[in-house]
Ligand binder design. Structure first.
Ligand SMILES: [Zn+2]
Length: 306
């Protein structure tokens, strides 16, 4: 996808995840004590900000946060300095804000337009990983407590005769821009249950167990819109750790123009020409959320035609 990748929020991989350090607890401890290291404090899926800027802690402030944190995870190396995330969710909100020397706790998605891409990506990464820790405190096999290991990238059951390992879980979903089979060029957009009147977006759905991504595309398009699709082409993917998603974008072509929505998930689906989409955008109807791959799929489809 080349340079288009840079436009997708929450991705880009600027941080060196330094996976080889995760299995070296002494090195991780030394990095935690290193004054050059920084900590991103989070409180229950929210980042702690001063003004619009997520705070990064070091020195005494970092030591104060570590002393009261529920969990500390190693995110990686940023130009030679370690970056950790600390979870202050066990504190009341006001106490977490105060410990971090912040002004407020806000969702990263509310900030994304004001953060640089690397800043948004690291906040989303921290949010997703800490969320996972809070959901995996007990072993699903024996019910005993679990403890974080590997710099916070695995949890293990504390019961010696079980020892089950739990890894961060990612839930993939496919999102598809479906094109009409004949001229003029049109794409299929749907109005989802719960969406505001007149808000249309591309079709999407979760990948199920035992399915390939392609299987999921074919099943979801058939179930939701009654459309048989061919000529699937991968477009790109987007990290979506809200809380654990990975959005995998495709284009596909419908075998026929007939559409039949299920009336539950989708209330309506119809074909739009590029001119119609441009008119809608000009009239102030945004083409998906600016930080979403939905928006990217639509923008790139518009750009591909006159
Ligand atoms: Zn267990």
């Amino acid at each position: 996808m080349g340079t288009d990748e840079a436009v997708l929020a929450y991705g880009g991989g600027w941080l060196d995840r330094a996976g080889e350090l995760r299995t070296d607890p002494e090195r991780i401890a030394a990095l935690l004590a290193d004054p050059a290291s920084t900590l991103l404090p989070l409180w229950r899926d929210r980042c702690l900000v001063a003004g619009d800027v997520p705070v990064r802690l070091s020195g005494e402030r970092a030591a104060g946060a570590l002393a009261v944190a529920d969990e500390t995870v190693f995110l990686g190396m940023d130009e030679g300095s370690a970056v950790f995330a600390v979870d202050l969710s066990g504190l009341p909100e006001a106490a977490a804000v105060e410990v971090a020397g912040a002004g407020a706790a806000v969702d990263v998605r509310a900030l994304v337009g004001r953060l640089d891409p690397a800043g948004a990506a690291v906040q989303a990464y921290a949010r997703g990983l800490l969320h996972w820790h809070r959901q995996q405190r007990f072993c699903g096999t024996c019910g005993a407590s679990t403890v974080a290991r590997g710099g916070g990238h695995v949890r293990s059951c504390a019961r010696a005769d079980c020892g089950r390992l739990l890894f961060p879980r990612i839930e993939p979903a496919v999102i598809v821009l479906v094109e009409a089979p004949g001229a003029p060029d049109r794409c299929l957009l749907a109005r989802h249950a719960g969406a505001p009147e007149g808000a249309y977006s591309t079709l999407a759905g979760f990948v199920e167990v035992g399915e390939s991504l392609e299987d999921a595309v074919r099943r979801e398009m058939a179930e939701e819109a009654g459309v048989t699709v061919t000529d699937l082409a991968y477009v790109g993917s987007q990290a979506w750790p809200f809380p654990a998603g990975l959005m995998v974008g495709f284009r596909a072509t419908a075998a026929s123009e007939q559409v039949r929505v299920d009336g539950e998930e989708l209330l309506e689906a119809r074909w739009f020409t590029r001119d119609e989409l441009r008119e809608r955008a000009a009239a102030g109807r945004p083409l998906g959320r600016a930080d979403s791959i939905d928006h990217h799929l639509l923008r790139s489809w518009l750009a591909a035609g006159a």
